[in-house]
Design a protein around this ligand. Structure first.
Ligand code: MG
Length: 374
């Protein structure tokens, strides 16, 4: 596979390696090993029961963070192959990108951030890195998963300025204004392609948005017209699927073609050229604008739909009350977190809450506040 990699791709030879040196893997690449460690982690299994937009128990067909992550990985790998980038690295980053998410989606993350505002705040990207660097307890020789630098770099998509200093090497690129690898840039766009499209799908399935509303959105109506031309009588779920699969294809193709143009224009020849360049993996202006319109539509009509807002409100209430109870009386914490609290204080409470699945958080809430539950 390595011979087909572009000169500016990350390879097992130009990797900055692991924090703790390990013998090279046998029968798989360094980044395949990273992917395998991620898949076998406890945090990865918990993604099955964490909200993407719809709370896990609302329906069996909606995306969870696990199926979202799998879709991101699929899209990312396909594009990586076409761009001769490191597919294994893209797969590792995409499968790990949401490991630090709290229960209840963005509402959970925002609430925990507010609860933690006097204690360093809470960022899900940083928490994803914390999961793979520190929190997973699987190996005899180290905490975390001891992943390669480039996998960790891709997981840490953003970080607040105030938190950069404590990150050391992995935070340096934010201070030096350096771009991450093309694989990391790609993983980020694959995430966006996946959620915009599956949120349309889930939004329509739930009935919170309608096909009529979407007819005003160019990127949707253009693909709707294409499907109708070929299959005039098609309707229902198959019509939606035919539209969405075309949209994903259009976005993936546009991202690939525009990025190839950007690579040529920037005259990239090595990984260090990538770090010095402005972002290379981008959509064309036209598609980027269409995506922005779609995002605004989803924000106004789906994420801010009163039924989603009600769910977010419950999530906020649940997380706030859990956090307040634990921080007021740390003896309510499970033993393990009481011990951690002695050295890490509020961070240990944030770790405990962020690690919860939706249903675990609901159960824990009942255990703490409902008489008769234990
Ligand atoms: Mg995501």
């Amino acid at each position: 596979m390595n011979s087909s990699l572009a000169p500016y791709a990350v390879t097992p030879h130009n990797t900055r390696g692991r924090q703790i040196t390990e013998a090279a893997p046998v029968g798989r690449s360094e980044f395949q090993r990273d992917r395998d460690r991620i898949i076998h982690s406890a945090a990865f299994r918990r993604l099955e029961y964490k909200t993407q937009v719809f709370v896990n128990h609302e329906g069996d067909l909606f995306r969870t963070r696990l199926t979202h992550s799998l879709e991101v990985a699929q899209i990312g790998r396909s594009i990586a192959r076409n761009l001769h980038l490191n597919e294994d690295l893209v797969e590792a980053i995409t499968l790990a990108h949401d490991l630090g998410h709290t229960p209840f989606g963005h509402a959970g993350q925002d609430t925990l951030n507010t609860c933690m505002k006097d204690h360093g705040g809470f960022e899900h990207n940083l928490q994803s890195l914390r999961v793979v660097d520190v929190l997973e307890e699987r190996y005899a020789d180290f905490d975390g998963l001891n992943l390669c630098y480039e996998t960790r770099e891709g997981i840490l998509k953003h970080v607040a300025k105030k938190n950069i200093a404590k990150l050391g090497e992995i935070g340096a690129r934010f201070l030096n204004h350096q771009s991450p690898s093309l694989e990391a840039q790609l993983a980020n766009h694959a995430d966006e392609i996946a959620y915009n499209n599956h949120d349309i799908d889930d939004g329509l399935r739930s009935g919170l948005i309608t096909q009529e509303q979407l007819s005003d959105i160019t990127i949707f109506s253009r693909h709707f017209a294409q499907v109708k031309e070929r299959y005039p009588v098609l309707s229902g779920r198959r019509l939606i699927y035919e539209i969405i699969r075309r949209m994903i294809n259009t976005l993936a193709t546009d991202l690939t073609q525009q990025s190839i143009r950007n690579i040529e224009n920037a005259n990239l020849h090595s990984l260090s050229d990538v770090h010095k360049s402005s972002p290379i993996i981008t959509f064309s202006d036209k598609i980027r604008q269409e995506q922005q319109v779609l995002k605004k539509f989803l924000r106004d009509n789906l994420y801010n739909h009163y039924r989603v807002v009600r769910m977010s409100n419950k999530a906020q209430h649940t997380i706030e009350r859990l956090f307040n109870a634990f921080s007021t009386n740390t003896r309510l914490l499970p033993q393990k977190y009481q011990i951690k609290y002695q050295s890490e204080q509020y961070q240990s409470i944030a770790d405990y809450i962020a690690g919860m699945t939706d249903r675990y958080a609901i159960k824990e809430y009942k255990r703490l506040f409902a008489i008769g539950e234990s």
